[in-house]
Design a binder for this molecule. Sequence first.
Ligand SMILES: Nc1nc2c(ncn2[C@@H]2O[C@H](COP(=O)(O)OP(=O)(O)OP(=O)(O)O)[C@@H](O)[C@H]2O)c(=O)[nH]1
Ligand SMILES: [K+]
Ligand SMILES: [Mg+2]
Length: 367
Amino acid sequence: MGILEKIQQIELEMSRTQKNKATEYHLGLLKGKLAKLKRELLEPAAGGSSGGGQGFEVSKTGDARVSLIGFPSVGKSSFLSKITKTKSEVASYAFTTLTSVPGVLEYQGAEIQIVDLPGIIHGASDGKGRGRQVVATAKTSDLILMVLDATKGKNQRAILEKELENVGIRLNKPKPNIYFKVKTTGGVKLLFTSPPKNLDEKLITAILRDYRIHNADVLIRDENVTVDDFIDIINDSHISYINCLYVYNKIDAVSLEEVDRIAREPQTIVMSCEMDLGLDDVVEEIWYQLNLLKLYTKRRGVSVNFSDPMVVRNGSTIEQVCDSIHKDFKHGFKYALVWGSSTKHNPQKCGLGHVVNDEDVVSIIAK
Ligand SMILES: Nc1nc2c(ncn2[C@@H]2O[C@H](COP(=O)(O)OP(=O)(O)OP(=O)(O)O)[C@@H](O)[C@H]2O)c(=O)[nH]1
Ligand SMILES: [K+]
Ligand SMILES: [Mg+2]
């Protein structure tokens, strides 16, 4: 009998068993068996590279992607089902969600893709469960929402951080301010604006030698960079710097004092999916953390379309606005007319380098 059949059999038996004091123990055992089987199912198949998961990866859609990362049964699927139209199965047993389930959150005119994922456990990054696929998905996101259970111990957060760290995700940390370029001649050249406190030429050269790099320019622009930062820069293509928002669910099940304590932690927000508490705040914070802004576009001779804003990253220039309309759009660009808080007068004639602000109106004039 295959694992899926065994799972089905146990689920059937559970649904046929009446819930009462007398069956509590039996149901408990079944739940345990079920969780074990589901974990086996998540385990990568021996020799196989896909981990037995079909269609795990979901294509990126919308303006940004947010991944839900957490231990089993913390309420990830409950959250997705609350804030999007997508229903992801919710149940009290671990590993209810076996694959990635995308939903769309519409907010401020933006379409934000929220990806519900299987729970991960200690060892996920080593290939435990479907952990590796889960963390790989997290790595492609613009924001990680770490969903934590307010009723569980403090170490859940550290364990998850470690798992993400293991696959090259750096949370709430800007890319180290180091310029690094491999060369073909000239040896290793270390330059800095002021001497780095934790690094010196000897160490840098030794590390680079291990990577068989004998010629490179290293420019350190921040005296506080660490060895880890430097190694991250050498391995740049494998490292992702992603913001993480820590969300504690199930606050209905802990004392007010405890809620108050948790809510004071940095980058942290509290909610209860069951009691519908704090969900609006979480959504607002997601928007804030994604650092997106809305623009309204205007075509010549046509009034502004306020019902369909365009969403771009904060700090975007007119050039990036053109690029997000179409990759060749800027080639026909003559100038832009911009109305809003980014300009001195309205409208202002702007070039490709102009940085837009939230709620600006932009009209692109073609050659
Ligand atoms: N008390 C309480 N229970 C909750 C809350 N949110 C979800 N739950 C319960 O927690 C259990 C797990 O919820 P799920 O949404 O399935 O959790 P999950 O993180 O998606 O779980 P997996 O997919 O198995 O990893 C269910 O029994 C939910 O009813 C909450 O705010 N408070
Ligand atoms: K669950
Ligand atoms: Mg789930």
